[in-house]
Design a protein around this ligand. Structure first.
Ligand code: ADP
Ligand code: MG
Length: 245
């Protein structure tokens, strides 16, 4: 479904360049939830931003359903971007818009008519369990509710891929659960492929089928979570052990 092939991305820095991604190769199965984990600065957000086409890699390929996204431009690039819904890192809702208004924004941009828009926003608020918060503004919502609205907004244009960058990093464990439930429903009910960037192994344990471990811009481990946890030498198993009961 998503294949990332030898992706390289550098940023200019004092005294040379930082290779944020140093030849990343990765496969995400269609309809799966893939966790991207790794220490701070390992390249997780850069990888997510490249897959979301918000950042252009120096070299390498990103294929979604066989199409290499890196080579697209103009209308084809815009169409490919709509296939990928993004929950950005941090607080990303517009404060001057209600929850429903935030979810509607991508539909307004895409020129979807009013009645269709309202119906779709209703479905999405229902999916994330916040129908009763439609008219609330972001500062009237809890952190977890805001993230669930951000997920609903990312799903508005019916993407085939949902990318969430640290969607639970500011949340307590209980609230984290409500956001993970929503990501899981997106996969189960809408069939989207989910990529979730996280430094929290409890998140991986709860919802991921596959996991990719990044370190210094390189993938040091990638595979089915079940295979990796049963391999005593794997980094994923070692990192997960403290998170297992
Ligand atoms: P993570 O999300 O895993 O914490 P990032 O992808 O944000 O890591 O960053 C990876 C590396 O790339 C870091 O060394 C970071 O400083 C650098 N980097 C990321 N974005 C930029 C940017 N826009 N300009 C310069 N350096 C960047
Ligand atoms: Mg990051």
């Amino acid at each position: 479904m998503i294949t990332v092939d030898n992706l390289v991305k550098s940023f200019p820095a004092r005294g040379g360049a930082v290779r944020a991604l140093d030849g990343v190769t990765l496969e995400v199965q269609a309809g799966a939830v893939c966790g991207v984990v790794g220490p701070s600065g390992s390249g997780k957000s850069t990888l997510a931003r490249c897959i979301a086409l918000l950042e252009r890699p120096d070299s390498g390929a990103i294929r979604v359903d066989g199409t290499d996204l890196v080579t697209l431009d103009g209308n084809r690039l815009r169409a490919a971007r709509r296939q990928i819904g993004v929950v950005p890192q941090g607080d990303s809702l517009l404060r001057q818009r209600t929850a429903a208004g935030n979810v509607a924004l991508p539909l307004e941009t895409a020129g979807v008519d009013g009645p269709t828009r309202r119906r779709r926003v209703g479905e999405l608020l229902d999916l994330v369990g916040l129908t009763d918060k439609a008219a609330s503004y972001p500062d009237q919502l809890s952190g977890g509710q805001r993230q669930r609205i951000a997920v609903a907004r990312a799903l508005a244009a019916n993407p085939s891929v949902l990318l969430a960058d640290e969607p639970t990093s500011a949340l307590d464990p209980e609230t984290t659960g409500s956001v993970l439930t929503v990501l899981d429903r997106a996969r189960a009910e809408l069939g989207v492929t989910v990529v979730v960037v996280t430094h929290d192994m409890a998140v991986v344990r709860r919802i991921c089928d596959d996991v990719a471990v990044l370190d210094g811009g390189r993938i040091v481990e990638n595979g089915r979570l079940l295979d990796l946890v049963s391999d005593v030498d794997s980094r994923t198993a070692n990192a997960l052990l403290p998170a297992l009961d």
